[in-house]
Design a protein. Structure first.
Length: 65
């Protein structure tokens, strides 16, 4: 543990102390086109877990009315 603390102390001397932020401030995440496409694809996949195994399959398409 002492080795780790010495290493972090040296790093703080080189790069300065860690930034402090307000923990109550919201995190802003902007979605780009590839993230939206990925989320759309993942929304069509169902995952089932059984006896330590995971299975994924595509949900059947809903018939359009």
């Amino acid at each position: 543990m002492n080795r780790f603390m010495r290493a972090t102390e040296k790093a703080a001397k080189v790069w300065g102390p860690a930034d402090r932020i307000d923990a109550d401030s919201p995190v802003v995440h902007r979605h780009d086109a590839s993230e939206k496409a990925s989320e759309e694809q993942l929304s069509q996949i169902e995952v089932e877990r059984e006896a330590g195994h995971s299975y994924a399959y595509r949900r059947p398409a809903k018939p359009e009315a």
